[in-house]
Ligand binder design. Sequence first.
Ligand SMILES: *[C@@H]1O[C@H](CO)[C@@H](O)[C@H](O)[C@H]1NC(C)=O
Ligand SMILES: *[C@@H]1O[C@H](CO)[C@@H](O)[C@H](O)[C@H]1NC(C)=O
Ligand SMILES: *[C@@H]1O[C@H](CO)[C@@H](O)[C@H](O)[C@H]1NC(C)=O
Ligand SMILES: *[C@@H]1O[C@H](CO)[C@@H](O)[C@H](O)[C@H]1NC(C)=O
Ligand SMILES: *[C@@H]1O[C@H](CO)[C@@H](O)[C@H](O)[C@H]1NC(C)=O
Ligand SMILES: *[C@@H]1O[C@H](CO)[C@@H](O)[C@H](O)[C@H]1NC(C)=O
Ligand SMILES: *[C@@H]1O[C@H](CO)[C@@H](O)[C@H](O)[C@H]1NC(C)=O
Length: 307
Amino acid sequence: MEMLTFTILKASMSSSPMLNKLLFFLCLAGASFARQHPDVDCVVLHLEKVKCTWNRHDNLSVNYTFFSWFHGKKASTCETYLTNNSLTNGCIQPYGDKLNRFYTFYTNLVYGNDSFPKEHELLHKVKLYPPTNLTVQNGSDLNLWFYWNQTDPKCVQNEVRYRTNYKKWDTYTVTDGKQNYCINLPSSRSQYELQVRSRLSKVCADSGWGDWSEPVFWGSSNSTESEQVNGSMFVWIIVYVLAPVILILLVVLLLRYERFRVIFIHVVPKPSLIQDAESWLPIPKGLKEGFKANYHEKACCVREYHQ
Ligand SMILES: *[C@@H]1O[C@H](CO)[C@@H](O)[C@H](O)[C@H]1NC(C)=O
Ligand SMILES: *[C@@H]1O[C@H](CO)[C@@H](O)[C@H](O)[C@H]1NC(C)=O
Ligand SMILES: *[C@@H]1O[C@H](CO)[C@@H](O)[C@H](O)[C@H]1NC(C)=O
Ligand SMILES: *[C@@H]1O[C@H](CO)[C@@H](O)[C@H](O)[C@H]1NC(C)=O
Ligand SMILES: *[C@@H]1O[C@H](CO)[C@@H](O)[C@H](O)[C@H]1NC(C)=O
Ligand SMILES: *[C@@H]1O[C@H](CO)[C@@H](O)[C@H](O)[C@H]1NC(C)=O
Ligand SMILES: *[C@@H]1O[C@H](CO)[C@@H](O)[C@H](O)[C@H]1NC(C)=O
């Protein structure tokens, strides 16, 4: 019942009688074969093409025939199929009017009597290609300027990321429509690597980010490499040479300390032993006096320590 109202609704919305029949067929077929839906996912590439893929992660066993159309337009078969392992798993269709993304996009995969229709909202699913002609200029004002080209700047927001000497990336949003970026007072002894990516700005119904552009480099890469090597060498030395040495030193020191304590405790004999020792140790008289004096002081300390 639901399916029927859905079909009638669709039929009343569309203008072409061919499409009505097709939609009716699709809905019936969709109802009977809904169990094994090959999932179709679509993006608008650079406002130039629509790219759809299906079962990206599953095995396919048949070549589906692909149909698609924007709301109110005629269904068309796939213009360029994408294949993997000699099976079609995607399709690239022309996009048409720039405003098409504001309309619902319909797809249908057909194989024999099986048919898998799906509706897509592509408004925010635009993927802009990376900016082109990314160049860097060493400005006379001691700033580093980066320029690039992107389609329809008024509609585009760009994001820049750069890093020096292959360290962490820092990311910055560029004002809508701007196609340049400036780094103040760069150090020519570092190597700068910068990339740009784009998306439609809020004004034009924002989209997700496109891919990063190829990087552009500036600065001295020679010193960077040696610094890198030195850096890694330094870490290597610390980890593999200094750390074990320090560990061994610590162990030796600890052992020595323990021994000092042991010797200290054992060497200081009881007073009675000292008396005895006098008799069997050939200690010179002067030394004996000194030893005695020291001993008394130490015995005092030790006793206090233990209390
Ligand atoms: C995919 O196909 C390969 C070979 O055709 C098979 O070995 C594998 O089990 C299949 N995987 C799934 C998830 O169907
Ligand atoms: C092609 O299909 C295989 C599995 O059948 C998959 O591992 C591979 O990632 C696919 N390649 C592309 C480009 O989709
Ligand atoms: C699917 O289509 C491709 C290219 O159109 C073709 O090479 C391949 O043989 C077809 N596979 C099947 C199973 O029909
Ligand atoms: C496809 O549908 C026709 C008529 O509706 C039927 O005769 C035929 O057996 C079906 N084929 C398959 C593979 O189900
Ligand atoms: C931009 O790059 C394209 C090719 O990538 C080239 O044909 C074009 O002349 C370049 N434009 C500028 C302004 O450098
Ligand atoms: C950039 O310009 C400054 C001065 O204008 C100059 O000293 C420096 O060598 C230049 N660096 C590069 C990499 O061109
Ligand atoms: C690229 O942009 C620069 C200014 O940013 C402009 O002068 C140049 O004509 C543009 N090139 C292309 C091919 O659009």
